[in-house]
Design a protein around this ligand. Structure first.
Ligand code: ZN
Length: 192
């Protein structure tokens, strides 16, 4: 069930989760690539396939429970837990603070896999790892569909299905603007 990175990339492009064009990112910078990972979830069969590959990456690590930060990690995290045959919980923010609510939690000694859809700096992932540690449990690995590259806010091994470092440019030095390619604003359309 392992999935080569090029197959993951093709599948994400086919699903509309990775777009090529000329985009203004929320940072204001311009890019030729836009990632909207939630589009994967429109295709449950694809989601299940990706989750199986993520589960395979942590086979043998003795995972007891999958924990995912809401909202991005919830569905893929559930699917990974299903593939591993283990419990699933998610964390969410309450007054800005990441927490396990709804009776969710981990117990001391449990081995936790943290699952996210896209990891950039991994701020939410780091907060989940903090919750796990505070409960006396251990995060054995982090897995994601995409690693956007760059420095991470956590010190646990990250096992992404796809490494995707997206180039971004200041508008005044954007080669796509120079080529007079019309800009797409993903947030304003169905991609929001
Ligand atoms: Zn541009």
């Amino acid at each position: 069930m392992s999935l080569p990175e090029n197959e993951v990339l093709d599948a994400l492009r086919d699903a509309g989760a990775i777009l090529s064009g000329h985009f203004q990112l929320t940072s204001g910078r311009h890019s030729d690539t836009y990632v909207q990972c939630a589009r994967v979830l429109e295709d449950p069969a694809l989601t299940t396939r990706l989750a199986a590959a993520m589960a395979e990456q942590v086979a043998g690590r003795g995972v007891d429970v999958v924990a995912a930060p809401a909202v991005g990690g919830v569905i893929i995290g559930f699917a990974v837990a299903q593939a591993l045959g283990v419990r699933f919980i998610f964390s969410e923010r309450e007054h800005g603070v990441m927490t396990f609510r709804r009776g969710f939690g981990v117990t001391p000694g449990e081995r936790v896999l943290v699952v996210e859809d896209v990891v950039t700096t991994g701020g939410s992932v780091a907060e989940v790892i903090g919750l796990v540690r505070a409960a006396g449990a251990e995060t054995v690995a982090v897995t994601s569909i995409i690693d956007r590259g760059g420095d991470k806010a956590f010190d646990v091994e990250l096992l992404p299905l796809l490494q995707l470092e997206v180039e971004s440019m200041e508008p005044h030095e954007c080669r796509l603007c120079s080529a007079e390619i019309p800009i797409d604003s993903p947030g304003s359309r169905r991609l929001a």
